[in-house]
Design a protein. Structure first.
Length: 235
């Protein structure tokens, strides 16, 4: 049980990917708290759900304060929050641009910033973000999304450098198109056999959250990228 006794906050934990990652963390022995704008209460046995807007700094701080008050400490932050949108740069309006940055970068920044003082003071902690393979190998037609995910990848690397020697690690995973019901419904003509399986993402996150990964920081691990650089959509 890799996370036995660990307190884990999963932002976006009741979403499509969270439906696999959250129970995997519970099975690994963690005390899990999910944070969502619209939490699905009672979906996963043994999980506490907190309503929170992770794009709002005050709400993120309230979330973390509540977790620490109830559980005494916080060991792992797993950020599954993100969004996808098509559109070439010339077709992208400011509202879409800002939405992609908010969902894919600003939320990650606020969550990371909120947990850092607590983790650094304790001398231990894991911060994990889900980026996208498209940040490494872009494709045309999703400019705002790819720029946002590339920025998230840069955030992971910068934080890892800033936290070197603190006992706090920061890592990310880079999935390809994730095999979710929503993606299957939106792309019925595409063979999903090459898509990234949520279970593979969950297993990678479990390793990165564990004590075995204490010397891994600043990593961006590709998951399920053998099919090429396709849009890593979130449901």
């Amino acid at each position: 049980m890799r996370l036995n006794g660990k307190v884990v906050v999963i932002a976006g934990g009741s979403g499509a990917l969270g439906q696999t990652v959250t129970p995997a963390c519970v099975k690994a022995g963690a005390q899990v708290i999910t944070a969502d704008r619209n939490p699905q209460a009672g979906q996963i046995v043994g999980v506490s759900a907190i309503k929170a807007d992770v794009s709002d700094e005050a709400d993120v701080q309230r979330l973390m304060n509540e977790v620490i008050r109830v559980h005494g400490h916080l060991d792992v932050l797993i950020n599954l929050v993100g969004g996808f949108a098509m559109g070439r740069l010339v077709e992208t309006d400011v509202a879409l641009w800002q939405r992609m940055l908010t969902m894919n970068v600003t939320a990650a920044f606020l969550l990371s910033k909120a947990v850092l003082p607590h983790m650094v003071e304790r001398g231990t902690g894991r911060i994990l973000h889900v980026a996208a393979w498209a940040a490494v190998e872009p494709f045309p037609g999703a400019a705002a999304y790819i720029v946002a995910k590339s920025s998230l990848l840069a955030l992971i690397k910068v934080l890892a450098l800033e936290l070197k020697g603190s006992g706090v690690t920061v890592n990310g995973v880079l999935p390809n198109t994730i095999d979710t019901p929503a993606n299957r419904a939106s792309m019925p003509e595409v063979d999903p056999s090459t898509w990234t399986k949520p279970a593979s993402i969950a297993e990678t996150l479990l390793f990165l959250a564990s004590e075995e990964a204490s010397q891994v920081s600043g990593a961006a691990i590709p998951v399920g990228t053998n099919g090429g650089a396709k849009p890593a959509r979130k449901a």
